[in-house]
Design a protein around this ligand. Structure first.
Ligand code: KG4
Ligand code: ZN
Length: 342
């Protein structure tokens, strides 16, 4: 089986072709970063127009690089939400046109499920597993027993962790996007210099909170001179706090997973923030200490891409979970509201 995937929910216009033997035949990501950088964040209207300008060329490139023609496809998948609705519409319309013209099944993929199932594409792992999903818009712990079958253990009460990275970068005067900038500044910094708060640490459950941490960094910046050493130390101290919080919440999730599942434990980290080396290492150490297998997909498959959408589409197609051409894109679409195979 071969599926074309399309991703347009944020600021990457992406298309990929993936086969069910886990081969990524092509994976094209066009980043709109340069168009949004002057504004310090993604501007939805600019994103939607840019997707429209680029989508046809990107899909064409993905098909040519994969060296397949439309007749050899078994389905076409596109992100159906959640995300910036203008962009999602562009991707969905393109996928619907391909499906209609080439008489292919359409699969509307939840963007978060794309992140969630990536570890099965990269590492061929079995269900169930524990998932820490950390991206620009989301921060949650879930157990996953199959495509569409998610139990949410907890999520953030305020900011997503990627958002905290992006805002911290902004107050430190680091370039957009903030996550990679904070990570590279932190490499030279002293993580012990600032005792930033560790929100929720030590509490029962799997909820997160990051707004207090973000504010603490902003307050400290107000009374400091933004020297390179200060920026590096603040970035490192912030990142260390995030690592401790993620590890603390994930430990509670590991305990709950162990009490609910008999399968050997696997912890998967996914989403853009999972590209962060420090966080990967903290979570890897935690998993090892708890006897859990640890899977973190390669960084390019953690940040937004269409290979994950094609793969999630394949998984759903195999179960007959396809969508009609009347599928309406969903700006909000929680993972635990997905349709699973019965
Ligand atoms: O999954 P993603 O590409 O898009 C969303 O679906 O949100 O995640 C983007 C988020 C941004 O907040 C970005 O700053 C963060 O992931 N991010 C990182 C790193 N790379 C991307 N955060 C920390 N360290 C990184 N290396
Ligand atoms: Zn994402």
């Amino acid at each position: 089986m071969i599926v074309l995937g399309i991703e347009t929910s944020c600021d990457e216009t992406a298309a990929a072709v993936v086969s069910d033997n886990r081969d990524i035949l092509s994976n094209i990501v066009f980043s709109q970063l340069d168009e949004h950088r002057p504004y310090g964040g993604v501007v939805p209207e600019i994103a939607a127009r840019s997707h429209l300008d680029h989508i046809d060329g990107i899909v064409d490139r993905a098909m040519r690089e994969a060296d397949v023609d439309y007749r050899s496809l078994d389905g076409v998948a596109a992100t159906g939400g959640p995300g910036l609705i203008g962009g999602v519409l562009v991707g969905m319309m393109t996928a619907k046109a391909v499906a209609l013209v080439h008489k292919l099944p359409l699969i509307a993929v939840n963007h978060l499920e794309g992140h969630a199932l990536t570890a099965r594409l990269t590492d061929d792992i079995d269900f169930p597993y524990l998932l820490l999903l950390v991206s620009g818009g989301h921060c949650q712990l879930l157990s996953i027993t199959g495509p569409g079958a998610y139990t949410r253990y907890g999520s953030t009460l305020d900011d997503a962790v990627g958002e905290a990275f992006d805002k911290t970068a902004k107050v430190l005067g680091l370039p957009y996007p903030g996550g990679p900038a904070v990570e590279s500044a932190a490499r030279l910094g002293n993580a012990g210099r600032f005792a930033f708060p560790r929100p929720m640490r030590g509490r029962a459950g799997c909820e997160f909170s990051f707004s207090g941490l973000k504010t603490a960094v902003a307050r400290r910046v107000q009374v400091a001179e933004l020297s390179p050493a200060f920026i590096a130390d603040a970035a490192a101290s912030f990142q260390a706090a995030v690592g401790e919080v993620l590890a603390d919440r994930t430990l509670n999730a590991i305990r709950r997973f162990q009490s609910e599942e008999t399968a050997p434990g696997t912890l998967v980290v996914a989403g853009g923030v999972a590209a962060n080396e420090h966080l990967r290492s903290v979570l890897g150490t935690l998993a090892a200490a708890e006897g859990f297998q640890f899977i973190a997909p390669p960084p390019t498959l953690c940040t937004d891409n269409a290979a994950m959408i094609a793969w999630a589409g394949l998984e759903r197609l195999r179960l007959g979970l396809v969508d009609g051409l009347d599928f309406a894109p969903r700006p909000r679409w929680p993972l635990d509201e997905l349709r699973a195979a019965s």
